[in-house]
Design a protein around this ligand. Sequence first.
Ligand code: C5P
Length: 219
Amino acid sequence: TGPKPLTGRKAIVTSGPTHEPIDPVRYIANRSSGKQGHAIAGELAWLGADVTLVSGPVTIPDPKGVTVVRVERAEEMRDAVLAALPADIAVMVAAVADWRVASASGNKIKKKPGEAPPPLLLTENPDILKTVGHHPKRPKLVVGFAAETQDVAENGRSKLERKGADYIIANDVSPHTGIMGGDRNTVKVIGKSGDEDWPDMDKQAVAERLARLIASHFP
Ligand code: C5P
């Protein structure tokens, strides 16, 4: 065991879903478990990095050796990520809700007999990866994920450009793959100089391999 390759480097990782309130008791969410993001945060710390993990609501334990900032909404996640800059590495794994309810109700919305269901008007959430990828304090290495159900490679490559990332880790989250919420992952690593298909492995193994790939950029 030589010196740890990421000693002295700072990393920010996002993980988990976001919860977007409808009213004080209801919210819009998604099926992200946080398993992949948390494993990556733990691996970067294992390689010596000073890691801030910004996590949405999850039920899994905190990874060892990282600073965890817990948030619920996308806007809170964005604020926590920006507050953690500057950093050398950003890995945005969270499944951030694309939309939030335009004006969440301060009180519980009541069901009234004979009245039509309330419409939910949505508005766009901030894109945290894109914000970080184009930020004046952009980390040297910016990594995003792309959960797709169609055209994984094409969508991943356009995301790489649009979001200003160095890598996009793309996976097929169609229900038959069991990836969303499951323990295994099959990813395509899309970089500026080409794509690489990694075999099916558990999320911990994906985290180890990705952390080593990240460390290779910090000789
Ligand atoms: O555009 P899409 O949501 O598929 O992009 C996925 C990547 O962008 C992930 O890395 C995710 O964490 C990040 N993202 C984000 N903020 C958003 C939406 C996505 O950071 N509002």
